[in-house]
Ligand binder design. Structure first.
Ligand code: 13P
Length: 247
């Protein structure tokens, strides 16, 4: 059976002292986890976190990457740069990028393609807004978002990690129920299966107010292979508790 993945997304939080304390506390309590663990940290702290995590059981991830290889793209970070700091993962198409930085399905697909070509595993995020859910458009929206990534990546799609993050559940304390999450995961799983004979290896993460209380039930669902954790990844005891639920 494939090991689950618990990935923290620190978002735009942290500082040199706070990062070090958090990572030291995580490492002190981690033991030998029964799942894979990763931290997606702000770009500015990749070097620091690389030093602190190198050789530990925790993998390093970034939160975004440019779809371009190199050149005149002021402010952007390339896959090659992420690689130099040991990033194994990169979030791609997080709803906050889609919402606040106008990232389209096409851009997200190109970013995933660039990451895959560079040996970085993209954690591709999909999810519907509250208005879309209430309009009964959840399936249509997540399938459209995933279809763009499948279309651009062909058989390489089996190398991605996919995260379902309902936008209405992010940072709101409103978690999708285990049934709601599983329902969408099953739809995504079927779409991946139709696209690739290797789809079984793709990890499907749930994200959106996952916490120590609801993690076990979400992670017990048939098509939920892990979690993408925002707020709770900033508190070592909470993140460790979620990791323990996945083990
Ligand atoms: P929260 O866990 O804070 O709801 O954030 C989820 C998320 O967006 C992770 O990428």
């Amino acid at each position: 059976m494939k090991k689950k993945l618990i990935a923290g997304n620190w978002k735009m939080n942290g500082g040199l002292a706070a990062n070090e304390a958090l990572i030291r506390n995580l490492l002190a309590g981690l033991g030998t986890p029964g799942c894979q663990v990763a931290l997606c940290v702000p770009t500015a702290y990749l070097a620091q976190c690389h030093d602190l995590l190198n050789g530990t059981g925790i993998d390093l991830g970034a939160q975004d990457v440019s779809q371009h290889e190199a050149g005149a793209f002021t402010g952007e970070i390339s896959c090659a740069m992420l690689k130099e700091f040991g990033a194994r993962y990169c979030l791609v198409g997080h709803s906050e990028r889609r919402q606040y930085h106008a990232e389209t399905d096409t851009v997200v697909a190109l970013k995933a393609q660039r990451a895959l070509a560079s040996g970085i595993t993209p954690i591709v995020c999909v999810g519907e807004t509250l208005a879309e859910r209430e309009a009964g458009r959840t399936e249509e929206v997540v399938k459209r978002q995933l279809a763009a990534v499948i279309h651009a990546n062909g058989h390489c799609i089996s190398e991605i990690v996919l995260a379902y993050e309902p936008v209405w559940a992010i940072g709101t304390g409103k978690t999708a129920s285990a049934e709601q999450a599983q329902q969408v995961h099953a739809v995504l799983r079927a779409q991946l299966k139709a696209a690739s004979s290797q789809s079984d290896r793709i990890l499907l993460l749930y994200g959106g107010s996952m916490n120590p209380v609801n993690a076990a039930q979400l992670l017990a669902q048939a098509d939920i292979d892990g979690g993408l954790i925002g707020g709770a990844s900033l508190k070592a005891p909470d993140f460790l508790s979620i990791i323990a639920s996945a083990g």
